[in-house]
Design a protein around this ligand. Structure first.
Ligand code: B12
Ligand code: SF4
Ligand code: SF4
Length: 325
């Protein structure tokens, strides 16, 4: 994430990024799919108990939000221009050095939770943020009050203890960073903690009591795509590059590329192997991994090797009680 440092102070000073900017219109867009069932948090947590199943975080199961939110903000800008005439503007969503969460918090879209995300009493935190920088002097909206109180559920649930203090995240430990942004090998000590999460992580949001108020989005854009929910790790690991590209067309997942996709699934397969009591199931997972052992990318090979070592370790552990007998 070197791009964040590279842009320096531009991140905090909108007028340096877009000269002439006087105000920022902030927006949030809910992303729970329209078909989301009641009790969805428990349903999502239950996926962790099925280690052979792949978990893709909720925001990434449909169409890429960058495209959806930007198009809608553009439309909003056009509607405003129809009313008041042309004005200077630029639309952003996670697309430039913009401190989105801070702008959202200061303009009343919600408060910053202990997990660092923005949340609101009527919307939880399952929404994206976007902005329109404008050269119009608009009246300021006020921040909302903070409602975390003595709760620390997000800090406690984080599998890698990435939330090092309220409102402070060590991104290097966050599964979202490790599986999406990070290009190299995943640190070995963190691999077992990733479980079966293969793209992003939702745990600090799933546990948050305010997410019982999270809203569904009526747009079909965020409908869950086939293959990205409830699939077996082995199935996704078997996707060729061509299949990966086809299944992730227009999805944010495509950006990580096939090799990182395989890297992430190899880690999850290694973890599944450690937890799998059934030898036949273990053999199936091991066979899938061995089929990728000669992959041309050393990143994939190393993670496959690590996962197969978990297999060997599990086999040894399974043998031990028999030897004692
Ligand atoms: C980098 C990044 C990440 C990193 C780091 C996250 C983090 N919390 O910092 C990683 C890869 C880990 C990540 C993960 C996720 N992310 Co992210 N991420 C971003 C991104 C691109 C930048 C965030 C950032 O700047 N972080 C750096 C820290 C240092 O900034 P900060 O927290 O705001 O805190 C500093 C500032 O506020 C500053 N500050 C405050 N006031 C002022 C004033 C001045 C003058 C100055 C100089 C500074 C300053 O001081 C603070 C301390 O240093 C934003 C989009 C964007 N452009 O903002 C999305 C964003 C925050 N992510 C988002 C999402 C959805 C996620 C995930 C939920 C995805 C997932 N399911 O896997 C996870 C959640 C993990 C978590 N608990 O945060 C959404 C959050 C929506 C929301 N409801 O808040 C955003 C806003 C994207 C979007 N457009 O919707 N993300
Ligand atoms: S996204 Fe997952 S790993 Fe990252 S802070 Fe939240 S719970 Fe921890
Ligand atoms: S889980 Fe608790 S501490 Fe964390 S953001 Fe939600 S209310 Fe705040």
């Amino acid at each position: 994430m070197a791009y964040m440092q590279a842009h320096g102070v531009k991140r905090a000073r909108p007028a340096e990024l877009v000269p002439g900017t006087v105000s920022v219109i902030t927006a949030r867009m809910d992303y729970l799919p329209r078909t989301t069932a009641e009790g969805w948090q428990a349903l999502e947590f239950s996926r962790l108990e099925r280690p052979g199943e792949a978990i893709v975080s909720l925001y990434a199961r449909g169409r890429d939000y960058h495209k959806v939110l930007r198009a809608r903000l553009q439309k909003l800008q056009e509607r405003i221009a129809q009313e008041i005439g042309p004005f200077g503007h630029r639309v952003f969503t996670d697309s430039a050095p913009v401190l989105e969460a801070e702008l959202a918090a200061r303009s009343g879209q919600g408060w910053r939770g202990k997990h660092t995300l923005v949340l609101h009493r009527e919307a939880g935190s399952m929404f994206f943020l976007g902005e329109i920088y404008v050269d119009l002097a608009l009246p300021h909206s006020e921040p909302v009050t903070e409602h975390c109180g003595s709760c620390s559920a997000c800090i406690d649930v984080c599998p890698t203890q990435a939330i090092v203090a309220p409102g402070r995240l060590d991104a290097r430990r966050c599964i979202s960073y490790l599986t999406i942004e990070h290009a190299g090998p995943i640190p070995e000590e963190l691999r077992p903690l990733i479980g079966n999460r293969i793209y992003g992580c939702d745990d600090c949001q799933l546990i948050c009591p305010w997410n019982k108020f999270a809203q569904r989005n009526a747009l079909p854009d965020f409908d869950e795509r086939a293959g990205l929910v409830g699939s077996q790790l082995v199935t996704l690991f078997g996707w060729s590059e061509e299949q990966f590209l086809r299944h992730t067309e227009g999805s944010p997942i495509r950006r990580i590329g096939h090799a990182r996709w395989l890297r992430n699934i190899a880690v999850a397969l290694g973890n599944a192997l450690r937890g799998q009591p059934d030898p036949a199931q273990r053999d199936g997972l091991g066979a899938a991994l061995r089929a990728r052992a000669e992959h041309p990318d050393p990143l994939v090979r190393e993670h496959v090797e690590w996962a197969l070592a978990q297999h060997a370790q599990r086999e040894r552990e399974a043998d031990q009680p028999q030897q004692r007998r």
